[in-house]
Ligand binder design. Structure first.
Ligand code: PRX
Length: 655
């Protein structure tokens, strides 16, 4: 609640400039209200109209929404389309020579690809995949660096109706193996390695390790994109080089027409249990919402240069790199490297060089760049910018103000976009030519998105009070199910406790008196570290899988740059370590978590105890652990603790 109250004291309001409003696709509050009213009065008519206007259908749909099997909604089900056709073929006649992607590599080298070239490369690769025997409905795991090839791989899967599952290149061999097994992947597309900050990070060796862990027998092919040229093991005939896959393949490929409900992709994300959830998205609804939000939230225009800094391994990279900008025929920047290499001016330099007009990044990146050079943006010409965006976590008002003043030169609206892997695209966000922004608030829901804040019983809370963020009606780009686990889908997102009617986002939120939404953070055991979702249970399971560990509990604590930091409380099987021994074990365990999940999940701090504080029924007292992690005075009742002296042990952090 303290958090809610502190952000609600924010009373600065920034209306969009008249000039911006005049040119905006959705211009002025009346236009927004008209759309919102249309959705309220004729929900299906509204979405049906938009789907007909924005998507190229191979076969039109006859029914907009089928709600008969709640909460497994179907949208535009008997309509047929192809996502790749909607992203590429539609531009072949109108703008074949327009640059689709400006790719900047870690070392600064730039490659540009036009719509026509991208189309041909996607077709060739799609033909190559077909030759390998990959068919409609097959799952293909993609484990690639940021590269044009990553977009080609995703688009080629979509073209032949195969379902891609992209795994972020920073995830470990174990994560790759778990996802291969869970998705039942028949092929893996990977690279020899990737470049970050001038250093090479291997990728293919992690795939080899994943195979060695077992359970990957369904994988018949591994396609290898040569990025670094470092020697790797090539297990012929299973492993084939990308260049050999496309050699001699025709550069046109008839798309596979699929139902609007055909899964386009599975993307794994953390939940409140140890096992990541395979979020399954559809084709029609997902493509529709990607297009709409490019036009509504980003106000995309033919002359824009759009840059989303996310990795294609996250949903943001899916929607706002691989699908949305292409479906809208935009020119987009794609970046392999990191914002701090060769120096903290990299983003600003790239905006200047590529004349970026719409820039979309994460609060954690903004905060770290402020720290490394609050005045740095002033050294660059950022006058091409006209719109800024953020995503992934709440942005603190001061970081927002810096973004507004120093990067946007007080000219550019900021769209703080609230959404999730499960929602597919933006849900609550200012429309830049409509909504006056308040630093730290994602403002108002998009037209047709029935967002609300409710209490434990599902009843609306008064404005000004906090509660659970829910979406009361389905929307086209929503998660369809958790791959292979429909029960978990239902229990996670439509829990009986809330009446089972509304989509439960898992975030706490508050609505202020103007109806603006303020996201407070997760209400479940999910952390948001640098905009990445990490399940505390996932890290706990990784820790207890180490032979040294008897028990572990993981909580988050506020962190200046990352938003949240991971704190692990660990009980070892042997004696509690002290001094250098503690440091050594902590290092071993941090590296272990890095191997089990990926470096982003490594605990910032490990605290060793002889035991963990538990309730009488044996539940770990997480709230107490959170207070200890924050260094707060302990106010909870600890009288029932068997051995209160462990609290002193747990106050000692080993970094
Ligand atoms: O807690 C919210 C936070 O990120 C979560 C979703 O994470 P993920 O599925 O990884 O997707 C991130 C990219 C869409 C949400 O439940 N979140 C995302 N955007 C915002 C946010 N919190 C506050 N403000 C936002 N704009």
């Amino acid at each position: 609640m303290a958090n809610i109250e502190s952000v609600l004291q924010e009373n600065r309001v920034f209306p969009p400039s008249e000039e911006f409003v005049k040119k905006a696709t959705i211009s002025g509050m009346a236009a927004y209200e008209a759309l919102a009213k249309e959705a309220e009065q004729d929900f299906e008519g509204f979405w049906g109209r938009l789907a007909r206007e924005h998507i190229l259908w191979h076969k039109p749909f006859s029914q907009v929404l089928n709600e008969s099997n709640h909460p497994f909604y179907k949208w535009f089900e008997d309509g047929q389309l192809n996502a790749s056709y909607n992203c590429l073929d539609r531009h072949l006649k109108t703008q074949p020579k327009k640059v689709a992607i400006i790719f900047e590599a870690d070392d600064g080298s730039v490659t540009k690809i036009t719509y026509e070239q991208l189309y041909h490369r996607v077709c060739q690769f799609a033909n190559g995949l077909k030759k390998l025997g990959i068919k409609k409905g097959d799952r293909v795991l993609i484990y690639l660096p940021m590269a044009i090839e990553a977009v080609i791989a995703m688009q080629a899967c979509a073209r032949i109706g195969a379902i891609h599952s992209v795994v972020f290149g920073g995830f470990s061999a174990k994560s790759v193996q778990e996802r291969i097994v869970d998705a039942g992947a028949v092929a893996v597309i990977t690279a020899d390695g990737q470049m970050r900050s001038g250093k090479e990070i291997p990728l293919k060796p992690a795939v080899d390790e994943a195979f060695a862990m077992g359970g990957c027998d369904a994988v018949k092919h591994v396609v290898l994109y040569k990025r670094t040229g470092s020697p790797i093991h090539v297990h012929a005939p299973r492993d084939v080089w990308w260049d050999d896959v496309v050699r001699d393949e025709p550069d046109v490929c008839e798309p596979e027409w699929v139902s609007a409900e055909h899964p386009l992709f599975i993307l794994y994300t953390s939940g409140s249990t140890g096992k990541p959830k395979g979020v399954q998205h559809s084709t029609g609804g997902y493509v529709l919402h990607s297009i709409l939000t490019m036009k509504w939230t980003f106000d995309i225009k033919p002359t824009d240069v759009f840059w989303c800094t996310a990795d294609v391994g996250w949903v943001t990279g899916h929607t706002y790199i691989s699908y949305g900008p292409l479906a809208c025929g935009a020119t987009e920047v794609m970046f392999e490297g990191v914002p701090t290499y060769p120096d903290a001016g990299r983003f600003w330099h790239m905006i200047q060089e590529h004349k970026v007009s719409i820039f979309y990044t994460a609060p954690t990146a903004i905060r770290s760049l402020i720290k490394l050079g609050a005045d740095l943006p002033k050294k660059y010409n950022l006058s091409s910018l006209r719109l800024l965006g953020t995503v992934g976590e709440p942005i603190n008002p001061e970081a927002w103000m810096w973004y507004h003043r120093v990067v946007g030169n007080e000219r550019c609206p900021i769209v703080d976009t609230w959404w999730q892997t499960e929602t597919g695209a933006h849900m609550i966000t200012p429309l830049p030519g409509v909504v006056p922004t308040k630093p730290g608030s994602c403002t108002l829901p998009l037209p047709g998105i029935m967002a609300a804040v409710v209490d434990e019983t599902g009843g609306d809370v008064e404005k000004g009070k906090g509660g659970f963020l829910v979406i009361k009606r389905p929307w086209p780009s929503m998660i369809r199910t958790i791959w292979g686990d429909p029960e978990r889908f239902k229990n996670s997102y439509y829990p009986a406790e809330l009446g089972g009617k509304y989509y439960l986002a898992g975030d706490g939120a508050n609505r202020d008196l103007d109806g603006y939404f303020w996201i407070v953070g997760r209400i479940d055991d999910v952390l948001n570290v640098s905009g990445h979702r990490l399940g505390t249970m996932e890290i706990e399971s990784a820790l207890v899988a180490n032979p040294l560990v008897a028990e572990a509990a993981v909580v988050g604590k506020p962190h200046d740059i990352k938003g949240e930091a991971v704190v692990a409380f660990v009980v070892l099987k042997g004696a509690r370590p002290a001094g250098d021994a503690a440091k050594e074990v902590a290092k071993t365990l941090r590296d272990w978590v890095g191997q089990e999940i990926g470096p982003i999940a490594k605990p910032d701090e490990i605290r060793f105890g002889e035991n963990l504080p538990k309730t009488r029924s044996g539940k770990i007292m997480r709230r107490l652990l959170r207070s200890i992690a924050k260094g707060e005075e302990i106010k909870q009742d600890v009288s029932t603790l068997e051995n209160p002296h462990i609290l002193d042990q747990l106050k000692e952090a080993v970094k």
